[in-house]
Design a protein around this ligand. Sequence first.
Ligand code: TRP
Ligand code: ZN
Length: 479
Amino acid sequence: MDQRTRIRRTTSAAALLFALTTAATACAAVAGGVEGKPGAAGLRDPYFPRLGNGGYDVTHYDLDLDVDVRTGGDELRGTATITARATQDLSSFNLDLAGLDVTGASVEGRPAAVNRAGSELTLRPDADVEDRLREGRTFRTVVHYSGAPRTITDRDESEEGWLKTADGSLALGEPTGSMTWFPGNNHPSDKASYDITVTVPEGLTAVSNGEQVSRRTAGDRTTYHWRATEPMASYLATVAIGRYTTKSSRTPEGVEVFTAVDPKVARASGPVVARIPEVMTWAAGRFGPYPFASTGAIVDRREDSEYALETQNRPVFPGTPSTGLLVHELAHQWFGNSVTPETWQDMWLNEGFATYAEWLWSEDHEDTPTRESFDVAFANDLNWAFPPADPPSAAELSAPPVYGRGAMVIEKLRQAVDDDKVFFALLAGWAKEHRHGNASTEDFTAYAEKRTGQDLGELWDTWLYGDGRPEDPDAQVTP
Ligand code: TRP
Ligand code: ZN
């Protein structure tokens, strides 16, 4: 709508004044040939409408963090350099940031006006650089910030964000926590590459995603530089600071395996951590080539986190994982980390597939057919609280139906296909089709129908979208 229409439609005096001010600003911009508009403050995710921001696409984050590690709570100083491409002509745009103090910001090298409201950080670039934020152009934003990074308690009572551990700190970001330690477009749909540089007291190790670029000690501080080259969703970014025994090796396929293990858990976790190459080889055989340059694990103490997380390249485990949990988190690298949900409603695409990977591992290594794992899940009342494609609220995004019923959907698909060659080609094909991208539930159902040539509508209606447990576990199998 043009400015005149906008003014005509506004009614109250305040709104009129606002419209006139906006019109004046727009006119000034028009003189320079640009009529930018503010980027949206959220991406309308069905569960977190304010997460993420509109108007741009981040291509790269360069995060430089100096962490004063303290038992009672860390102090952090950070600089985030964000390279993004405008998807509209922008007059201002938002980043997500929870807590911390913004001490300065610039866009394209010129100081930007900063405004904060809740976890929305609004940056208004200098008028001189407004033409650098036209649709399609790439621009650079620098945010300087500091403070005590916070922990977020999720709707399901679990903790994420910046956590204190026995000997340091751990950043976990699913679904929203990354905004506690860096400003960004905090939604899974905007993936980017990352350089993460962390300076810590000498003697502590800082581990992050991707591959280690360098480690330098100056005075009593050590700086670790990590680089994740392949696209990564913000919820998969991590920093783990503490005393770790680190090891680097390679899988038979030549993928780097970097592990960081708390010495207190080293002995107990040794045997399972040593199975990472074997699991990687197996998973690549089932799901296709590994999509990242490195793998591994971060193993902290049991009490350091309430759950494991599939942080990119190297998942985090609180204490010694079972082989099943190791398989689960490594399978997420294909399903979740490379093929990433379009919105948080598509969470079952992560958890259903990772759970199904555990079932497949048991089938291949423990003589337990996936059909038996399905039967156990079918009998479990917890799995029937709601359909996996439609969690009732954000409090249920990590609830049993997302995992168990999600995996049941894949097993029903296997039964419907009734040809393992076709079924496994479909799984690997799904990973390949959306490699390093995003996908929705509808993308998956359409893909499965295209690959099989079958109308699977009843299967989805019953197992993916339907309420309650069907009478018959064999329902809707029509090979
Ligand atoms: N997504 C994680 C996994 O599957 C687990 C997880 C993350 C979780 N946040 C959670 C589980 C909150 C329960 C509650 O490994
Ligand atoms: Zn999982």
